[in-house]
Design a protein around this ligand. Structure first.
Ligand code: GRG
Length: 303
């Protein structure tokens, strides 16, 4: 015998996992950019600029990790993962506009409207959102995925749309800011949490996970979604090198987790949410390791 013990699971290396998944995602993203003689070259440039400006690809990696946790392959959910990143990128472009957050920097680079002008940035966002659903429709019909694909499109549309991220943004822009932590949670479960949760569930839906597993993924997604936002507030306040304008929340009078809880309690809450999220992963056994590591990464991240 060679001394190799087949029962020993090789130690999971998160750094290698992220590298592999990012590479897989980037090659699929490249192939998913629209190609058509009718496309305005400036519009395409603006879309490409924001899509390739150095995002962490958290949502696509979540979709791939949950698909694998449920017994599927990362490749199975690649096209939906690209569509989700299109939607995420549109939301950032529009969020940075003068009418919304009026931001000059995103991912360490000038925001889309600073480079291409406000009108072109609005159009780039519009095009990315529309293209996301065109990609999903192509994916659903090409491979005859039937009910599963309808379920997935519905999931993503609900999370991104009027009862999800868009309303979260509307609440955030409201003059009437949240007055309690639970109101703030409600806002961020929509604005930030909805697309994160949908990304996690997308992997489960594509892998045809049963109801119990989808419920576990939903609870995991909600908990990491809130934790992600709390950490975002902390990074904004601490002026970490996030590649975004610093201290924007405080200067715009936004009510953040730091405002309600102070720094230490906010960090403790983020960590508690991650512990709760990880408890949901028991059902997946070792296959849940990547989701577990992503939850830890969310509170330990510096950008
Ligand atoms: C304009 C409809 C519309 C919605 C915008 C998500 C959102 C709503 C605004 C983004 C504003 C913001 C900074 C929210 C905090 C959390 C968040 C979503 C940060 C950005 O996501 P990351 O850190 O971005 O995953 P990268 O750059 O890594 O892709």
């Amino acid at each position: 015998m060679s001394g190799v013990n087949s029962k020993v699971t090789p130690k999971f290396n998160f750094k290698d996992y992220l590298k592999d998944k990012r590479e897989l995602f980037e090659s699929s993203l490249e192939k998913s950019l629209p190609l058509n003689a009718n496309i305005h070259p400036g519009l395409l440039k603006a879309m490409q600029y924001s899509l390739t400006a150095g995002g962490k690809r958290l949502r696509p990696i979540l979709a791939m990790a949950s698909c694998e946790a449920c017994g599927g392959r990362a490749e199975d959910v690649l096209v939906p993962a690209v569509a989700i990143e299109f939607i995420h990128t549109y939301s950032l472009i529009h969020d940075d506009l003068p009418a919304m957050d009026n931001a000059e920097l995103r991912r360490g680079k000038p925001t889309c409207h600073k480079v291409f002008g406000e009108a072109m940035a609005i159009l780039a966002g519009d095009a990315l959102l529309t293209e996301a659903f065109a990609l999903l429709a192509w994916w659903a019909s090409e491979e005859k995925k039937g009910t599963m694909a309808c379920k997935l499109v519905k999931e993503i549309a609900s999370a991104a749309g009027v009862a999800g991220m868009v309303s979260g943004q509307a609440f955030d822009l409201d003059e009437k800011q949240p007055t309690t932590i639970s109101e703030l949670d409600k806002l961020h479960l929509l604005k930030t949490g909805a697309l994160i949760k949908a990304s996690v569930r997308a992997g489960g839906i594509v892998a045809k996970a049963d109801r119990k597993k989808l419920q576990a993924l939903s609870a995991y997604g909600e908990n990491i979604g809130l934790a992600f936002q709390i950490v975002d507030d902390l990074l904004d306040e601490e002026g970490e090198d996030t590649g975004k304008d610093k201290g924007k929340d405080a200067s715009s009078g936004k009510k953040t987790y730091l405002y309600f809880m102070g720094k230490n309690n906010a960090l403790k809450r983020a960590r508690d949410l991650v512990v709760k999220a990880k408890k949901e992963l028991t059902i997946f056994g070792d296959k849940g390791n990547p989701l577990c590591a992503i939850a830890d990464y969310i509170v330990e991240r510096k950008k």
